[in-house]
Write a protein that binds this ligand. Sequence first.
Ligand SMILES: Cc1ncc(COP(=O)(O)O)c(C=O)c1O
Length: 394
Amino acid sequence: MFDRFPEPVADPLHAVMARCRADPRAEKMDLGVGVYRDDGGVSPIMRAVREAEIWLAGHGDTKAYQALAGDHDFIDAMTSLVLGNAHPAVQEGRIAAIQGTGGTGSLRIAMDLARIAEPGARLLLGLPSWPNHAALAAAARLELVTHTYFDVATQVIDYEAILEAARGARAGDLFVFHGPCHNPTGADLNRDQRLELLSILTARGAVPLIDAAYYGLGDGLEADLEVLRETAAAVPRAFIAVACSKSFGLYRERTGVLLAICADAGERARVQGQMEKTSRTLVSMPPAHGAAIVARILTEPSLRASWEEELAGMRQRIIGLRAELAALSNEAPILAGIDRQRGIFRMLPLTPEQTESLGCDHGIHMAQSGRINIAGLKRGDAPRLAAALGSVAA
Ligand SMILES: Cc1ncc(COP(=O)(O)O)c(C=O)c1O
Protein backbone atom coordinates (compact mmCIF):
# COMPACT_ATOMS: atom_id res chain seq x y z
CA MET A 1 0.00 0.00 0.00
CA PHE A 2 2.53 2.56 1.13
CA ASP A 3 4.60 2.55 -2.03
CA ARG A 4 1.58 3.53 -4.11
CA PHE A 5 1.64 7.17 -3.06
CA PRO A 6 3.30 9.67 -5.39
CA GLU A 7 6.54 11.39 -4.45
CA PRO A 8 5.65 14.43 -2.30
CA VAL A 9 5.67 17.81 -3.99
CA ALA A 10 6.52 20.66 -1.62
CA ASP A 11 3.71 23.17 -1.17
CA PRO A 12 5.00 26.15 -3.19
CA LEU A 13 4.08 28.69 -0.51
CA HIS A 14 5.81 26.70 2.21
CA ALA A 15 8.87 26.51 -0.04
CA VAL A 16 8.84 30.33 -0.26
CA MET A 17 8.56 30.58 3.53
CA ALA A 18 11.50 28.19 3.97
CA ARG A 19 13.60 30.21 1.52
CA CYS A 20 12.78 33.39 3.38
CA ARG A 21 13.72 31.85 6.72
CA ALA A 22 17.06 30.76 5.26
CA ASP A 23 17.76 34.23 3.79
CA PRO A 24 20.41 35.81 6.06
CA ARG A 25 19.72 39.42 4.96
CA ALA A 26 18.38 41.51 7.84
CA GLU A 27 16.25 43.63 5.52
CA LYS A 28 14.48 40.64 3.92
CA MET A 29 10.69 40.80 3.54
CA ASP A 30 8.32 37.87 3.93
CA LEU A 31 5.25 38.69 1.85
CA GLY A 32 4.30 35.05 1.30
CA VAL A 33 2.19 33.56 4.04
CA GLY A 34 -1.37 34.81 4.56
CA VAL A 35 -1.37 35.90 8.19
CA TYR A 36 -1.75 39.40 9.59
CA ARG A 37 1.51 40.83 10.92
CA ASP A 38 2.10 44.03 12.87
CA ASP A 39 4.71 46.59 11.86
CA GLY A 40 7.36 44.69 13.79
CA GLY A 41 6.65 41.57 11.70
CA VAL A 42 4.82 39.67 14.46
CA SER A 43 1.47 37.90 14.14
CA PRO A 44 0.28 38.93 17.59
CA ILE A 45 -1.95 37.24 20.14
CA MET A 46 -4.76 39.78 20.44
CA ARG A 47 -5.19 41.37 23.88
CA ALA A 48 -8.75 40.07 24.21
CA VAL A 49 -7.60 36.56 23.33
CA ARG A 50 -4.90 36.69 25.99
CA GLU A 51 -7.39 37.90 28.61
CA ALA A 52 -9.98 35.29 27.63
CA GLU A 53 -7.34 32.56 27.92
CA ILE A 54 -6.38 33.70 31.40
CA TRP A 55 -10.04 33.72 32.40
CA LEU A 56 -10.58 30.26 30.91
CA ALA A 57 -7.55 28.85 32.73
CA GLY A 58 -9.18 29.85 36.02
CA HIS A 59 -12.75 28.90 35.17
CA GLY A 60 -12.66 25.76 33.04
CA ASP A 61 -14.05 22.73 34.86
CA THR A 62 -13.88 19.91 32.32
CA LYS A 63 -12.11 18.62 29.25
CA ALA A 64 -14.89 16.18 28.41
CA TYR A 65 -16.07 16.06 24.81
CA GLN A 66 -18.15 18.88 23.44
CA ALA A 67 -21.52 18.33 21.78
CA LEU A 68 -21.52 17.08 18.18
CA ALA A 69 -22.23 20.59 16.89
CA GLY A 70 -19.53 22.06 19.12
CA ASP A 71 -19.71 24.86 21.67
CA HIS A 72 -23.25 26.25 21.63
CA ASP A 73 -22.24 29.52 23.27
CA PHE A 74 -19.68 30.00 20.50
CA ILE A 75 -22.17 29.11 17.77
CA ASP A 76 -24.80 31.47 19.18
CA ALA A 77 -22.28 34.29 19.61
CA MET A 78 -20.92 33.85 16.09
CA THR A 79 -24.40 33.65 14.55
CA SER A 80 -25.31 36.84 16.34
CA LEU A 81 -22.04 38.53 15.30
CA VAL A 82 -22.31 37.54 11.65
CA LEU A 83 -26.04 37.92 11.04
CA GLY A 84 -27.32 39.98 13.98
CA ASN A 85 -30.18 38.77 16.17
CA ALA A 86 -32.79 40.68 14.17
CA HIS A 87 -31.94 38.91 10.92
CA PRO A 88 -35.07 37.25 9.47
CA ALA A 89 -33.35 33.87 9.15
CA VAL A 90 -32.38 34.00 12.84
CA GLN A 91 -35.83 35.16 13.95
CA GLU A 92 -37.52 32.43 11.94
CA GLY A 93 -35.25 29.65 13.26
CA ARG A 94 -33.83 28.88 9.80
CA ILE A 95 -30.13 28.67 10.68
CA ALA A 96 -28.38 25.33 10.99
CA ALA A 97 -24.87 25.71 12.40
CA ILE A 98 -21.88 23.61 13.32
CA GLN A 99 -18.43 24.40 14.62
CA GLY A 100 -15.82 23.69 11.96
CA THR A 101 -12.07 23.29 12.36
CA GLY A 102 -11.24 26.76 11.07
CA GLY A 103 -12.61 28.11 7.83
CA THR A 104 -11.15 25.08 6.07
CA GLY A 105 -13.08 22.52 8.12
CA SER A 106 -16.26 24.55 7.76
CA LEU A 107 -15.89 24.70 3.96
CA ARG A 108 -15.26 20.97 3.86
CA ILE A 109 -18.49 20.18 5.72
CA ALA A 110 -20.45 22.40 3.29
CA MET A 111 -18.91 20.64 0.30
CA ASP A 112 -19.59 17.20 1.76
CA LEU A 113 -23.21 18.17 2.35
CA ALA A 114 -23.55 19.34 -1.26
CA ARG A 115 -22.30 15.98 -2.56
CA ILE A 116 -24.46 13.96 -0.17
CA ALA A 117 -27.55 15.91 -1.23
CA GLU A 118 -26.74 15.72 -4.93
CA PRO A 119 -24.02 13.26 -5.99
CA GLY A 120 -23.49 15.16 -9.28
CA ALA A 121 -23.08 18.51 -7.52
CA ARG A 122 -20.26 20.74 -8.74
CA LEU A 123 -18.22 23.52 -7.19
CA LEU A 124 -18.23 26.67 -9.34
CA LEU A 125 -15.12 28.65 -8.56
CA GLY A 126 -13.73 31.92 -9.92
CA LEU A 127 -9.98 32.08 -10.43
CA PRO A 128 -7.63 33.09 -9.07
CA SER A 129 -8.74 31.88 -5.68
CA TRP A 130 -7.35 30.47 -2.47
CA PRO A 131 -5.74 27.21 -3.70
CA ASN A 132 -7.40 25.12 -1.00
CA HIS A 133 -10.85 25.70 -2.53
CA ALA A 134 -10.00 23.40 -5.43
CA ALA A 135 -8.23 20.90 -3.16
CA LEU A 136 -11.23 20.77 -0.84
CA ALA A 137 -13.58 20.17 -3.78
CA ALA A 138 -11.42 17.22 -4.83
CA ALA A 139 -11.41 15.86 -1.27
CA ALA A 140 -15.20 16.20 -1.10
CA ARG A 141 -15.50 14.59 -4.56
CA LEU A 142 -17.22 17.56 -6.15
CA GLU A 143 -16.52 18.24 -9.79
CA LEU A 144 -14.65 21.54 -10.05
CA VAL A 145 -15.82 24.01 -12.69
CA THR A 146 -13.73 27.16 -12.88
CA HIS A 147 -14.23 30.53 -14.51
CA THR A 148 -12.26 33.74 -14.62
CA TYR A 149 -12.87 36.06 -11.68
CA PHE A 150 -10.19 38.64 -12.24
CA ASP A 151 -7.72 39.77 -14.84
CA VAL A 152 -4.39 40.17 -13.07
CA ALA A 153 -2.80 42.28 -15.82
CA THR A 154 -5.51 44.95 -15.73
CA GLN A 155 -6.56 44.38 -12.07
CA VAL A 156 -10.21 44.28 -13.15
CA ILE A 157 -12.92 41.82 -12.11
CA ASP A 158 -14.22 39.88 -15.13
CA TYR A 159 -17.87 40.31 -14.27
CA GLU A 160 -19.10 38.98 -17.63
CA ALA A 161 -17.28 35.69 -17.05
CA ILE A 162 -18.71 35.42 -13.53
CA LEU A 163 -22.23 36.11 -14.82
CA GLU A 164 -21.87 33.45 -17.47
CA ALA A 165 -20.70 30.95 -14.87
CA ALA A 166 -23.69 31.73 -12.65
CA ARG A 167 -26.04 31.31 -15.62
CA GLY A 168 -24.54 27.86 -16.20
CA ALA A 169 -25.12 26.72 -12.59
CA ARG A 170 -27.24 23.63 -12.06
CA ALA A 171 -29.58 22.76 -9.21
CA GLY A 172 -27.51 21.53 -6.26
CA ASP A 173 -24.24 23.17 -7.36
CA LEU A 174 -22.23 25.30 -4.96
CA PHE A 175 -21.03 28.71 -6.17
CA VAL A 176 -18.13 30.19 -4.19
CA PHE A 177 -18.28 33.82 -3.05
CA HIS A 178 -15.46 35.32 -1.05
CA GLY A 179 -16.66 37.41 1.87
CA PRO A 180 -15.07 40.85 2.09
CA CYS A 181 -11.35 40.98 1.13
CA HIS A 182 -10.92 38.53 -1.75
CA ASN A 183 -7.90 36.23 -1.52
CA PRO A 184 -5.67 36.65 -3.52
CA THR A 185 -6.79 39.74 -5.43
CA GLY A 186 -8.21 42.15 -2.82
CA ALA A 187 -10.92 42.93 -5.41
CA ASP A 188 -14.49 42.41 -4.19
CA LEU A 189 -17.72 42.31 -6.16
CA ASN A 190 -19.88 45.37 -5.61
CA ARG A 191 -23.33 45.14 -4.06
CA ASP A 192 -25.29 45.20 -7.35
CA GLN A 193 -23.09 42.51 -8.83
CA ARG A 194 -23.45 40.31 -5.77
CA LEU A 195 -27.21 40.67 -5.67
CA GLU A 196 -27.58 40.00 -9.40
CA LEU A 197 -25.49 36.84 -9.14
CA LEU A 198 -27.45 35.67 -6.11
CA SER A 199 -30.74 36.10 -7.92
CA ILE A 200 -29.48 34.10 -10.92
CA LEU A 201 -28.23 31.32 -8.63
CA THR A 202 -31.52 31.22 -6.76
CA ALA A 203 -33.45 30.89 -10.01
CA ARG A 204 -31.21 27.98 -11.00
CA GLY A 205 -31.44 26.21 -7.64
CA ALA A 206 -27.72 26.55 -6.94
CA VAL A 207 -26.46 27.39 -3.45
CA PRO A 208 -23.99 30.19 -2.66
CA LEU A 209 -21.05 29.14 -0.51
CA ILE A 210 -19.72 32.27 1.13
CA ASP A 211 -16.20 32.01 2.45
CA ALA A 212 -15.83 34.66 5.16
CA ALA A 213 -12.23 34.62 6.32
CA TYR A 214 -11.27 38.32 6.54
CA TYR A 215 -14.26 40.20 8.01
CA GLY A 216 -13.21 43.32 9.91
CA LEU A 217 -10.07 43.76 7.77
CA GLY A 218 -11.82 45.52 4.88
CA ASP A 219 -13.96 48.63 5.32
CA GLY A 220 -14.98 48.13 8.98
CA LEU A 221 -16.40 45.30 11.07
CA GLU A 222 -20.05 46.29 10.61
CA ALA A 223 -19.62 47.20 6.94
CA ASP A 224 -17.87 43.89 6.25
CA LEU A 225 -20.51 41.88 8.12
CA GLU A 226 -23.29 43.74 6.33
CA VAL A 227 -22.12 42.09 3.10
CA LEU A 228 -22.77 38.69 4.70
CA ARG A 229 -26.11 39.77 6.18
CA GLU A 230 -27.37 41.14 2.88
CA THR A 231 -26.34 37.99 1.08
CA ALA A 232 -28.07 35.78 3.63
CA ALA A 233 -31.24 37.86 3.32
CA ALA A 234 -31.23 37.77 -0.49
CA VAL A 235 -31.47 34.00 -0.96
CA PRO A 236 -33.58 31.18 0.48
CA ARG A 237 -30.54 28.98 1.05
CA ALA A 238 -26.84 29.62 1.53
CA PHE A 239 -23.78 28.33 3.33
CA ILE A 240 -21.54 30.81 5.15
CA ALA A 241 -18.19 29.39 6.28
CA VAL A 242 -16.80 31.77 8.88
CA ALA A 243 -13.17 31.54 9.98
CA CYS A 244 -11.89 32.97 13.27
CA SER A 245 -8.27 32.55 12.19
CA LYS A 246 -7.58 36.01 10.80
CA SER A 247 -10.08 38.28 12.52
CA PHE A 248 -9.34 36.88 15.98
CA GLY A 249 -5.73 35.89 15.22
CA LEU A 250 -6.56 32.31 16.24
CA TYR A 251 -4.89 30.59 13.29
CA ARG A 252 -3.54 27.58 15.13
CA GLU A 253 -6.62 27.00 17.27
CA ARG A 254 -8.62 25.89 14.19
CA THR A 255 -11.77 27.80 15.01
CA GLY A 256 -14.67 28.51 12.70
CA VAL A 257 -18.36 27.95 12.14
CA LEU A 258 -20.48 26.84 9.22
CA LEU A 259 -23.88 28.51 9.03
CA ALA A 260 -26.54 27.19 6.68
CA ILE A 261 -29.41 29.51 5.88
CA CYS A 262 -32.35 27.19 5.25
CA ALA A 263 -35.70 27.80 3.62
CA ASP A 264 -37.73 26.85 6.72
CA ALA A 265 -37.40 25.32 10.17
CA GLY A 266 -38.13 21.79 8.96
CA GLU A 267 -35.31 21.99 6.45
CA ARG A 268 -33.07 23.41 9.16
CA ALA A 269 -33.53 20.30 11.29
CA ARG A 270 -32.54 18.00 8.41
CA VAL A 271 -29.49 20.09 7.51
CA GLN A 272 -28.42 20.24 11.16
CA GLY A 273 -28.68 16.44 11.43
CA GLN A 274 -26.59 15.90 8.30
CA MET A 275 -23.98 18.46 9.40
CA GLU A 276 -23.50 16.61 12.69
CA LYS A 277 -23.38 13.21 11.00
CA THR A 278 -20.78 14.43 8.51
CA SER A 279 -18.66 16.19 11.11
CA ARG A 280 -18.68 13.03 13.22
CA THR A 281 -16.67 11.26 10.54
CA LEU A 282 -14.23 14.16 10.12
CA VAL A 283 -13.42 15.18 13.70
CA SER A 284 -16.00 13.34 15.85
CA MET A 285 -16.41 16.28 18.22
CA PRO A 286 -14.93 19.71 17.39
CA PRO A 287 -12.05 21.18 19.45
CA ALA A 288 -12.97 23.44 22.37
CA HIS A 289 -10.25 25.96 23.14
CA GLY A 290 -10.52 28.48 20.29
CA ALA A 291 -14.31 28.38 20.40
CA ALA A 292 -14.32 29.06 24.15
CA ILE A 293 -12.02 32.05 23.62
CA VAL A 294 -14.27 33.54 20.94
CA ALA A 295 -17.43 32.91 22.97
CA ARG A 296 -15.87 34.71 25.94
CA ILE A 297 -14.71 37.67 23.84
CA LEU A 298 -18.06 38.13 22.14
CA THR A 299 -20.15 37.86 25.31
CA GLU A 300 -18.01 39.86 27.76
CA PRO A 301 -18.49 43.56 26.85
CA SER A 302 -15.02 44.76 27.88
CA LEU A 303 -13.31 41.98 25.91
CA ARG A 304 -15.52 42.60 22.93
CA ALA A 305 -14.66 46.30 22.97
CA SER A 306 -10.96 45.47 23.24
CA TRP A 307 -11.20 43.01 20.32
CA GLU A 308 -13.04 45.47 18.12
CA GLU A 309 -10.52 48.19 18.92
CA GLU A 310 -7.53 46.00 18.15
CA LEU A 311 -9.16 44.69 14.96
CA ALA A 312 -9.74 48.31 13.90
CA GLY A 313 -6.05 49.00 14.48
CA MET A 314 -5.11 46.05 12.27
CA ARG A 315 -7.47 47.28 9.57
CA GLN A 316 -6.08 50.82 9.79
CA ARG A 317 -2.56 49.51 9.40
CA ILE A 318 -3.54 47.64 6.23
CA ILE A 319 -5.40 50.66 4.82
CA GLY A 320 -2.42 52.88 5.69
CA LEU A 321 0.02 50.54 3.92
CA ARG A 322 -2.22 50.45 0.86
CA ALA A 323 -2.27 54.26 0.77
CA GLU A 324 1.51 54.41 1.20
CA LEU A 325 2.07 51.93 -1.65
CA ALA A 326 -0.43 53.70 -3.92
CA ALA A 327 1.48 56.94 -3.36
CA LEU A 328 4.60 55.16 -4.63
CA SER A 329 2.96 53.97 -7.84
CA ASN A 330 4.84 56.56 -9.93
CA GLU A 331 7.93 54.60 -9.13
CA ALA A 332 6.20 51.21 -9.41
CA PRO A 333 3.18 51.47 -11.75
CA ILE A 334 2.36 47.86 -10.87
CA LEU A 335 1.04 49.19 -7.54
CA ALA A 336 -1.50 51.60 -9.07
CA GLY A 337 -4.97 51.25 -7.57
CA ILE A 338 -3.80 49.16 -4.61
CA ASP A 339 -5.64 51.57 -2.31
CA ARG A 340 -8.94 50.69 -3.97
CA GLN A 341 -8.65 47.02 -2.98
CA ARG A 342 -9.31 45.44 0.42
CA GLY A 343 -7.70 43.13 2.92
CA ILE A 344 -4.16 41.87 3.12
CA PHE A 345 -3.58 40.65 -0.44
CA ARG A 346 -2.69 42.03 -3.85
CA MET A 347 -1.99 39.89 -6.90
CA LEU A 348 0.84 41.45 -8.87
CA PRO A 349 1.19 40.66 -12.59
CA LEU A 350 4.70 39.22 -12.25
CA THR A 351 6.32 36.33 -14.07
CA PRO A 352 7.89 33.52 -12.03
CA GLU A 353 11.29 34.89 -13.14
CA GLN A 354 10.41 38.31 -11.71
CA THR A 355 9.28 36.87 -8.34
CA GLU A 356 12.46 34.80 -8.33
CA SER A 357 14.55 37.92 -8.93
CA LEU A 358 12.72 39.80 -6.16
CA GLY A 359 13.58 36.97 -3.77
CA CYS A 360 17.20 36.42 -4.83
CA ASP A 361 18.30 39.96 -5.68
CA HIS A 362 16.22 42.00 -3.24
CA GLY A 363 15.33 39.61 -0.39
CA ILE A 364 11.61 40.18 -1.08
CA HIS A 365 9.90 36.82 -0.85
CA MET A 366 6.40 36.21 -2.20
CA ALA A 367 4.26 33.47 -3.74
CA GLN A 368 5.31 32.57 -7.28
CA SER A 369 1.84 33.59 -8.43
CA GLY A 370 2.75 37.22 -7.60
CA ARG A 371 0.47 37.39 -4.57
CA ILE A 372 1.79 39.63 -1.84
CA ASN A 373 0.63 39.88 1.75
CA ILE A 374 0.65 43.62 2.36
CA ALA A 375 0.61 43.07 6.14
CA GLY A 376 3.99 41.36 5.75
CA LEU A 377 5.59 44.80 5.28
CA LYS A 378 7.38 46.12 8.34
CA ARG A 379 7.72 49.76 9.29
CA GLY A 380 9.63 51.58 6.52
CA ASP A 381 9.55 48.67 4.02
CA ALA A 382 7.13 50.22 1.50
CA PRO A 383 9.61 52.47 -0.36
CA ARG A 384 12.07 49.60 -0.74
CA LEU A 385 9.34 47.32 -2.09
CA ALA A 386 8.27 49.98 -4.59
CA ALA A 387 11.86 50.54 -5.72
CA ALA A 388 12.46 46.82 -6.19
CA LEU A 389 9.18 46.37 -8.08
CA GLY A 390 10.03 49.37 -10.22
CA SER A 391 13.37 47.86 -11.17
CA VAL A 392 12.12 44.29 -11.75
CA ALA A 393 8.83 45.08 -13.48
CA ALA A 394 9.66 48.30 -15.24
C1 LIG B 1 -10.08 32.64 1.35
C2 LIG B 1 -9.79 31.81 2.54
N1 LIG B 1 -10.74 31.00 3.01
C3 LIG B 1 -10.55 30.23 4.07
C4 LIG B 1 -9.35 30.23 4.73
C5 LIG B 1 -9.29 29.28 5.90
O1 LIG B 1 -8.55 29.58 6.94
P1 LIG B 1 -8.50 28.65 8.22
O2 LIG B 1 -8.86 27.27 7.85
O3 LIG B 1 -7.11 28.79 8.68
O4 LIG B 1 -9.49 29.24 9.17
C6 LIG B 1 -8.31 31.03 4.29
C7 LIG B 1 -7.00 31.02 4.92
O5 LIG B 1 -6.00 31.44 4.42
C8 LIG B 1 -8.54 31.85 3.17
O6 LIG B 1 -7.61 32.67 2.67
